[in-house]
Design a protein around this ligand. Structure first.
Ligand SMILES: [Fe+2]
Length: 304
């Protein structure tokens, strides 16, 4: 199944709330919108991201190979990034309207975004992961550059797992899962090995430049190996909001969940203080110059 089978008309050139393509993996909705006017924006984002990749070491999280920026892209202070964030906020409004009856401004506004960039080269993959934690409600991906002919994309697909619990027929066609070993598996990254699965019921999204997808932060997903010889560039985002909750059975008793349930006022106050401090500090001191402990404390990684 592919999310790209459902295309919707394009919104105007401004950052008005875009029409959404919607499809489902199991019972979980995944929303998509292709910004058809994004060529110029993508060129700028590409330049910014590649410059960062050439000048900073980045992080090793769920990717097998490839480069991932620190999770502070939202504070880089570049007009192109600000435009991307505006488009992201416009799209999340459309998603809120699609998932909440008569939402007020308190739900449509106030989305706090954490973002980072990814650059993949031949053979790089991203292993299965989720974005849940803290107040991450939705997660998103924006495709800047598929690193291939846009009309013949055949690698670097984002794939969502079917978590519906719907029993599926046993398949005898277990293949080496698309997300298994990176061709750079010799880097010794244990997390580059995953159980094999057929992927038959996965939902697939092609990395069409200008496409934005939004999905529940709890929905596991991975990226199939990029097989081109250029650079596949994406921006991943966590969309945080303190006025929503997510049913989370498995992590119901995690310390963070309990803190948010039992001390909501305190957690909201701490969250707001951190947000104000980091956004104001970034105006005066570039986020790259922050000491590591300060970054960890103010930015976290899915923290409060
Ligand atoms: Fe992700």
């Amino acid at each position: 199944m592919s999310i790209d089978e459902i295309h919707t008309p394009q919104a105007g050139g401004s950052v008005s709330e875009p029409p959404l393509g919607q499809t489902q993996i199991g019972t979980t909705p995944v929303y998509a919108h292709v910004w058809e006017d994004a060529a110029e924006l993508n060129a700028k984002l590409r330049e910014i991201v590649l410059h960062r990749a050439a000048t900073t070491p980045g992080l090793q999280k769920s990717q097998c190979g490839g480069w991932q920026s620190e999770r502070n892209l939202q504070l880089w202070g570049d007009p192109a990034i600000d435009e991307l964030l505006d488009r992201m906020r416009a799209m999340v409004k459309s998603v809120v309207r699609a998932t909440v009856q008569n939402p007020g401004d308190d739900l449509l506004e106030g989305w706090d975004i954490e973002a980072w960039a990814n650059v993949n080269q031949l053979g790089d993959t991203v292993t299965t992961h989720v974005h849940s934690g803290g107040v991450n409600m939705w997660a998103a991906v924006y495709y800047v550059d598929c690193g291939e002919d846009e009309n013949a994309i055949n690698s670097g697909f984002t794939r969502f797992l079917d978590m519906s619990g719907i029993p599926r027929p046993v398949s005898n066609k277990v293949q080496a899962a698309a997300s298994t070993l990176s061709s750079r598996g010799e880097d010794g990254k244990a997390n580059c090995t995953e159980p094999e699965r057929t992927g038959e019921y996965d939902l697939e999204s092609a990395p069409i430049p200008g496409k934005m997808i939004i999905f529940p932060a709890t929905l596991p997903h991975y990226v199939t190996p990029y097989l081109g010889n250029q650079k596949r560039i994406t921006i991943a985002l966590n969309l945080r909001h303190t006025k929503f909750v997510v049913t989370d059975f498995e992590n119901h008793f995690s310390r963070r969940r309990q803190m948010w349930r039992n001390y909501r006022g305190l957690m909201m106050a701490m969250y707001s203080v951190k947000k104000v401090v980091r956004e104001n500090l970034a105006k005066y001191v570039p986020v790259d110059k922050w000491p590591t402990r300060l970054k960890r404390s103010l930015l976290g990684g899915g923290g409060i």
